[in-house]
Design a protein around this ligand. Structure first.
Ligand code: FMN
Length: 223
């Protein structure tokens, strides 16, 4: 699989020109921020925080209770979601899913099709697919795990949308990914570069159905 994907990726590198129509880094997350800010003018800062957090199932009560771990993830077919949920369970962390404004169909995910949406996005480093999930309030979190599938050896471009939309100062950022066989590759470094803020750690790759034990021992080894 890795060999095939690598070969196809190499062919595409040489054979394809970058596709046009790169999306501007204008995300619904930013729009939501604006909306939340307007709302904050009418309410208190505490209410704003509660409103933003609760939009993503991260309740203000949980944050107030002292949770300091957030697990952010994007998952097109559920594999990364499974690992993310296990990390959240082990760390007692909150979960935040990066949901694309336009969900990926099976055809969109067809890596054998050079014209599929995912192939075109990955070939265009400036592509920034829009995020539909609202903003997440990062205040209070000391550690953020950030997970994604490997697409063509890298992070899906929607991860770039996410990391470019937030400031991660003072937060330990821990990338993790799932793949058929590829390693982390440059994905962790790409995210750190695109984010520009945060204390980024080396990424970790898991296969489908990674056991809770294997995830726990990785987490314990981080401390
Ligand atoms: C568009 C696309 C590109 C992929 N590229 C790779 C790759 O380069 N290397 C690899 O090992 N797996 C690759 N895969 C497989 C996924 O990384 C793997 O199935 C992953 O666990 C899916 O995670 P998810 O269910 O959270 O979306 C690719 C999958 C898709 C849809």
């Amino acid at each position: 699989m890795k060999k095939i994907l690598t070969s196809i990726a190499a062919l595409m590198m040489f054979g394809l020109t970058a596709c046009s129509g790169s999306a501007a880094v204008t995300t619904s997350a930013q729009e939501t921020t604006t909306a939340a800010t307007t709302q904050a003018a009418e309410t208190t800062a505490a209410t704003q925080s509660e409103t933003e957090a609760s939009t993503e199932g991260t309740t203000a009560e949980e944050t107030k209770a002292g949770k300091d771990v957030l697990v952010v993830y994007f998952s097109a077919t559920g594999t990364t979601k499974d690992v993310a949920e296990k990390i959240a369970s082990i760390t007692n962390g909150d979960l935040y899913e990066i949901k694309p404004a336009k969900p990926y169909s099976d055809a969109d995910l067809n890596w054998n099709d050079k014209n599929s949406r995912s192939t075109k996005e990955q070939n265009n480093k400036k592509s920034r697919p829009e995020i539909a999930s609202g903003t997440v309030d990062l205040s209070g979190y000391k550690t953020v795990y950030i997970g994604y599938p490997i697409w063509w050896g890298e992070e899906p471009r929607i991860l770039d949308t996410f990391v470019e939309s937030y400031k991660f100062d003072g937060i330990k950022m821990i990338p993790f990914c799932t793949s058929a066989s590829s390693g982390v590759g440059r994905s962790d470094k790409n995210l750190a570069e695109r984010a520009g803020t945060g204390d980024w750690q080396k990424g970790k790759r898991f296969g489908a159905g990674a056991s809770e034990d294997s995830i726990r021992s990785w987490i314990e080894g981080l401390n």
